[in-house]
Ligand binder design. Structure first.
Ligand code: FES
Ligand code: FE2
Length: 325
């Protein structure tokens, strides 16, 4: 039997991951999680600056999700060591005493599109996804949303032209254009016609667009940016997925956490109203996808969809993050 192209997708592609909404982390608060099994804690110092570091205290290994933020440092709850993340590789003394001050390894972190992004410490850090595409936008974040679906199925969905009609009541017009981007992404440019059924959101899209929507989808790792032109309205949406399972988990048993952000250009009229409307339309669009990808056992050896084939070929070129159980 020929190998399924889905099997060559990396479980955790090397790169940045959106892990939280920026407005969900206030000064003094701490979040925790893992990327490819590497545990992290993320916190906002009292100045508002974002910091991220390994999740275990270098003294005796207490998990830092229950630490306290003190200024820009974390104070471990077990013996009150002050830990300050720094980017230059810190060296730890051989014996660490309770209450001491320690420089710890910082994780690269950034706020972008109203979301917080993390990358595991590495010798070379790629640019943030879609870093050339955020100029002059207001952003409104959404999520996190737990989805009982394989993140790969949702990325495929973002490029699956054949599902547009059945799920989104849209018909693709003309030939899509594919480009590989120098920052290691894949871009698909195409247009769709809104078909006259599909509920309130489709009706509204048809009224706003005059029938045709111009779209650019860009995939970088496990995130997609969708830029759309609907009549005179332009919106950008970022959809970022965080895999949740150990490698080897059956595709139909996988889970993901989804975060999203909607942006409209500065200078747009009634920006708050437009943003809320754009977010409602985008989330209505996504809910239709969640319904069909949940519990999906992704298989790609029987599809001839050019979008799915292009994103699969792109995903095959990505490096895998090393997995630390
Ligand atoms: S384990 Fe953190 S200070 Fe001791
Ligand atoms: Fe979809």
């Amino acid at each position: 039997m020929t190998q399924d192209p889905a099997d060559n997708w990396k479980h955790w592609p090397q790169g940045w991951y959106a892990v939280a909404r920026a407005d969900a982390l206030r000064p003094g608060q701490i979040h925790s999680g893992h990327l490819a099994g590497q545990p992290w804690v993320l916190y906002r110092g009292h100045s508002g600056t974002l910091h991220a570091t390994d999740a275990f205290c270098p003294h005796m290994g207490a998990h830092l999700h229950n630490a306290q933020v003190c200024g820009e440092a974390l104070v471990c709850g077990l013996h009150a060591c002050h830990l300050l993340p720094q980017t230059a590789a810190p060296t730890l003394p051989e014996h660490i005493k309770a209450g001491c001050r320690l420089a710890v390894r910082a994780w690269p972190s950034a706020e972008h599109f109203g979301l917080i992004w993390l990358h595991p410490p590495a010798a070379a850090i790629p640019p943030l996804p879609f870093s050339g595409s955020d100029g002059g936008h207001h952003w409104l974040a959404a999520g996190p949303q737990a989805v009982a679906a394989d993140w790969r199925a949702m990325i495929c969905n973002g490029f699956d032209l054949e599902h547009m009609q059945a799920v989104h009541q849209r018909q693709v017009e003309g030939e899509p254009l594919f480009e590989r981007l120098p920052e290691n992404g894949l871009r698909m440019t195409y247009r769709t016609r809104v078909l006259p059924r599909g509920g309130l959101s489709s009706w509204l899209m048809q009224r706003l667009s005059g029938g045709v929507i111009h779209l650019v989808h860009t995939c970088v790792g496990s995130s997609i940016m969708v830029q759309s032109r609907v009549g005179r309205f332009r919106t950008s949406a970022v959809f970022a997925l965080l895999p949740q399972d150990a490698p080897g988990t059956r595709p139909e048993q996988r889970h993901s956490v989804a975060l999203a952000a909607i942006g409209i250009p500065h200078g747009a009229r009634w920006p708050t109203l437009q943003l809320r409307l754009a977010r409602a339309l985008y989330l209505a669009f996504l809910r239709k996808d969640f319904r069909v990808v949940e519990g999906m056992r992704l298989q790609l050896n029987h599809t001839a969809d050019v979008g799915v084939q292009a994103v699969t070929a792109y995903q095959h070129t990505l490096a895998d993050m090393e997995h630390h159980p």
